[in-house]
Design a protein around this ligand. Sequence first.
Ligand code: NI
Length: 217
Amino acid sequence: MSALDPPSATIRWLRTIRFTAYALAVLLAAGAGAALWLRHDAGMEQRLGGMSVAPSVQIGGPFSLTDHTGAAVTDATYRGRLMLIFFGFTHCPDVCPTELQVIAEVLDGLGADADRVAPLFITVDPERDTPALLAEYVPVFDARFLGMYGTPEQIADVAKDFRVFYRKSGDLEGHYTIDHSAGTYVFGPDGRLRLYMRHGETPAVIAADIKALLAGK
Ligand code: NI
């Protein structure tokens, strides 16, 4: 058989297979490209102001504390709502009042959606922050805040789970301040940590992120 002979049935068959494989590869590449593009697009839509937390990150395990009304609560108490958690203490001169004010503005900005949010202020000063003091303090910023307290051991455990640093500073006959990490954790209605808001984030950005999470993003 010479090169000028018409292709045999076998060669025609091989060419058909080669063409089919080529067409399949092109289709697969196009499909993969489209999927990537769509994912990229969805990612852009979901871009949030806070730091997104990957599902694999283990921060903030189950906790058992007492709210400022004296009710025993756990993380499961707030399932179905967005849980905002930040740590501080009532004697804090600057950072905590600012953060409480910011979250209060966020709640105002959310309107009726604020009912779907549980804002929790966990004390890192269990010695001075009695339930009575917390009950007086947090509603000054917004009646919806819950001040959370526990024994020093409970607070230490929760802070460890949340990777929150706190340390007494300048203790002088009972007068001291507490250095502590600032920032707000945002948990989804399913109890999964979704965002970390750095201290200094604006109420508008936080409210927009919360609305996105409430909308199921
Ligand atoms: Ni503070």
